[in-house]
Design a protein around this ligand. Structure first.
Ligand code: CAA
Length: 375
């Protein structure tokens, strides 16, 4: 049975900080950001946007392709920027999408790897229950310490994927190279809003993980680089993906897969799948029946290399024009707004910032988050 991605959509903030401005303020040569890291803009988030509002916006765009919403009996919300260690962010999504109450809903984490874990679990679920559909969502807002080396690699966004039998976009193949090792390269203790990172260790572990996962993938699948049409990577910053590509796949052009991440920044769990959407939206060549390699990395660390083949007719399932319009219509924030967004942890009712979709975080009252639908 073929199982995989039946629908996929993403969203990000309506606001961005140009890295040229960040470089000027931090007195860093802009070339370091745009050439050295391969980033030109980063998504920044007003206080009334969070992983839930982002996740709902992406999910609404993905499930427009599902004729029978009640067939969704599994929702997995993958995030490393959770605000609650008990209640699942997925429950809010389930509520605002008005999904069936007979549905299993939970959150998972393993840094930026978690959406891949969700996707593979959803695939196994559909294998057991072929009529079922699963909705998996990766949603993250990445904050590092202000004025740190990691600051220009902030960003955020959400991807929602509908997993089903006979998928209309990508059939996921059964071979995975996996690598887990205990390493302190990036972590966020519960009491902290900003991730802590050992940057050099993280880039080293990312590359080492790719080497090990790809070798294992080749052994298990009997496939090699020439069997892969393109490869998409977890993209904490696009230079990282380019370095990874050059390790084994230097003959492959990955420009199309990096267009969106260059101007969004790191969206952690969503980042690999934003690369995939960017590839599908921006590749003129028909990718039908082509095999795409996917490398997922989550600090701490867990990594996976796997692949999927693109289904003929996939273009009918894309929202490429909407994606491009959404990115082109984002507003630049001023330096003061950037700092205010970070300082104001709670929205105030007078805030009227746009959110990625029609849901906004209204207020936090007695530690309860109250969301409203923008009329
Ligand atoms: N012009 C052009 N390039 C320049 C330059 C200039 N004027 N000045 C510096 N550069 C280049 C450097 O040569 C370097 O490129 P190479 O690596 O190709 O040599 C690049 O800019 C970065 O400069 P530094 O080596 O000085 O590194 P840094 O101190 O700025 O830190 C970083 C870079 C470690 C990535 C830091 O931004 C960071 O910690 N980011 C967060 C962690 C991260 O994203 N890790 C990625 C792997 S972990 C992961 O994938 C999980 C996750 O999502 C977090």
């Amino acid at each position: 049975m073929n199982i995989g991605i039946d629908a996929i959509a993403f969203t990000t903030s309506r606001y961005l900080m140009p890295l040229e401005e960040l470089a000027r303020r931090r007195q860093v040569d802009y070339q370091k950001y745009c050439i050295g890291l391969g980033q030109t803009e980063m998504a920044v988030f007003p206080p009334n946007e969070d992983i839930v509002t982002l996740g709902i916006a992406a999910a609404k765009r993905a499930i427009q392709f599902v004729s029978d919403k009640d067939s969704i009996d599994l929702v997995i919300f993958a995030t490393e920027s959770s605000f609650d260690v008990s209640k699942s962010a997925g429950i809010y999504v389930h509520h605002f999408l008005d999904l069936s109450s007979s549905c299993r809903v939970f959150d998972i984490k393993q840094a930026c790897y978690s959406l891949t874990a969700a996707l593979q679990m959803a695939k196994n679920h559909v294998q057991l229950y072929p009529k079922a559909r699963a909705l998996v969502i990766g949603s993250d807002i990445v904050h590092y310490e202000l004025d740190s080396a990691a600051e220009p690699t902030q960003g955020g966004g959400a991807v929602a994927i509908v997993v089903s039998a006979n998928p209309r976009i990508m059939r996921i193949e059964p071979f995975s190279g996996l690598y887990t090792t205990d390493v302190m390269d990036f972590w966020r203790p519960v009491k902290k809003d900003e991730a802590l990172v050992d940057g050099k260790l993280s880039t080293y572990t990312y590359m080492k993980s790719l080497e090990i996962c790809y070798e294992q993938y080749k052994q298990l699948s009997g496939l090699d680089s020439e069997d892969l049409s393109r490869v998409c990577f977890h993209t904490p910053f696009t230079k990282m993906a380019r370095k990874a590509n050059n390790l084994f796949f230097s003959e492959k052009n990955i420009d199309a897969s990096l267009l969106y991440n260059t101007i969004i920044g790191n969206s952690c769990s969503a980042s690999l799948y934003i690369a995939l959407i960017s590839l599908l939206d921006n590749t003129e060549e028909d990718l039908s029946e082509k095999r795409i390699g996917l490398f997922s990395y989550g600090s701490g660390s867990m990594a996976e290399f796997f692949s999927g083949t693109i289904v003929a007719g996939y273009r009918d399932m894309l929202t490429s024009d909407d994606n491009k319009k959404m990115l082109a219509s984002r507003e630049h924030v001023t330096w003061q707004q950037y700092r205010d967004f970070r300082a104001n942890k709670q929205p105030v009712p007078a805030d009227d910032f746009y959110t990625s979709g029609d849901i906004r975080l209204e207020q936090i009252e007695e530690d309860k988050r109250i969301y409203s639908i923008r009329s």
